[in-house]
Write a protein that binds this ligand. Structure first.
Ligand SMILES: Cc1cc2nc3c(=O)[nH]c(=O)nc-3n(C[C@H](O)[C@H](O)[C@H](O)COP(=O)(O)OP(=O)(O)OC[C@H]3O[C@@H](n4cnc5c(N)ncnc54)[C@H](O)[C@@H]3O)c2cc1C
Length: 308
């Protein structure tokens, strides 16, 4: 084992992994994270805390991770290159490892123009691929990016993201994924999957290049709460592909039953994902609806979670 990560143990033991995202608050209130973490305990193998997703200021990912860790969960810290140069990133990598966080998701990050401080200076000293390599070299070679050596290395299980639905040719997206794998990614969490057909095509390409044998792939899912949410995501969130039949299904469902319909669609999606060769787990991004995670995990037949 490369690290003490529970997620690594689950994946290395060939089990179908479950991770879930906890959205940090737009405040200094630790109870929001604590409450969500308690809700997820026993239903997931590790939890992510986003890092200023959509470039909106929220509680720092590492802080949310520590609060969730106090509740007995395995945290995945998310770190973007948008707000930090390589010096700050490496300092944070040492810091999170020293605090007992065992997993890191390395991202370029959403651009500042999307967020609530659009005139902020974007850093992008390096991108996600370079960042993955830096963390790998810190862990496996005990070396900083400048080549200097360190005494105690950060033992982090390294993740990256992939989006099978960007609209650019899937072959190009696969090349980008391969770069992340070559750089040292141990696991991948994807953008949320609604269009299973397209996702299967993407997985075909993944298998053709044998990437599923070199990296663990966790397919992202997000349950839809309402027709409005689905339409908003389809029309406004880049890289989200919600097929029209799902929109129709939600539109034709009575308002009081629509959340249940969203759960049903998500459970069916997870059941299909479980059957795809090379998919090693699911990553549930419930976006402010974390209480639904235990329901999804239970109904999709993913209990009990392994204790290794
Ligand atoms: C599971 C998941 C979790 C996510 N969590 C977060 C999060 O916590 N915080 C957050 O901000 N975003 C988050 N995102 C969004 C993610 O950052 C974007 O979707 C991104 O476009 C793809 O991932 P990446 O960051 O690894 O970028 P990459 O795959 O490295 O690159 C994506 C794009 O970033 C742009 N880019 C790269 N380098 C530069 C540069 N030097 N200057 C300007 N633009 C550049 C380019 O358009 C490039 O094509 C998440 C996405 C997923 C799927």
């Amino acid at each position: 084992m490369k690290t003490n990560s529970n997620l690594e143990k689950v994946l290395e033991n060939g089990r179908f992994a479950v991770t879930a995202e906890i959205g940090p608050p737009k405040s200094a209130d630790p109870e929001i994270i604590r409450r969500k973490a308690r809700m997820l305990k026993g239903y997931i193998d590790a939890f992510n805390v986003t890092d200023g997703q959509t470039a909106v200021v929220r509680m720092a990912s590492w802080a949310g991770c520590l609060i969730g860790k106090e509740e007995g969960l395995d945290p995945i810290v998310q770190m973007t290159c948008r707000d930090r140069n390589r010096i700050a990133l490496q300092m944070d990598v040492l810091g999170v490892a020293a605090l007992g966080i065992n997993n890191i998701l390395c991202l370029t990050g959403d651009h500042v123009s999307m967020g609530n401080h659009p005139s902020a200076k974007p850093v992008y000293d390096i991108d996600s691929v370079q960042f993955i390599k830096i963390v790998r070299d810190m862990r496996d070679e005990k070396k900083f990016q400048c080549g200097e050596e360190m005494d105690v290395e950060p033992r982090l299980y390294i993740g990256a993201v992939a989006n099978p639905f960007t609209g650019s040719p899937p072959e190009l997206e696969i090349l980008k994924l391969e770069k992340k794998v070559n750089a040292g990614a141990d696991f991948i969490q994807t953008q949320c999957v609604y269009n299973l057909e397209k996702f299967e095509q993407w997985m075909n390409l993944v298998r053709r290049r044998k990437l599923h044998e070199r990296v663990y792939i966790l397919a992202g899912v997000t349950p839809l709460k309402s027709y409005r949410m689905a339409r908003y995501m389809k029309e406004n969130v880049p890289g989200i592909d919600i097929p029209d039949h799902i929109l129709e299904e939600l539109k034709n469902t009575p308002k009081e039953e629509v959340k249940e319909k969203g759960i049903e669609i998500c459970v069916k999606t997870i059941e299909r994902l479980k059957e795809i060769e090379g998919v090693h787990g699911v990553h549930i991004m419930a976006i402010g609806w974390e209480e639904v995670v235990p329901i999804l995990v239970k109904r999709a037949g993913l209990l009990p979670r392994p204790t290794l």
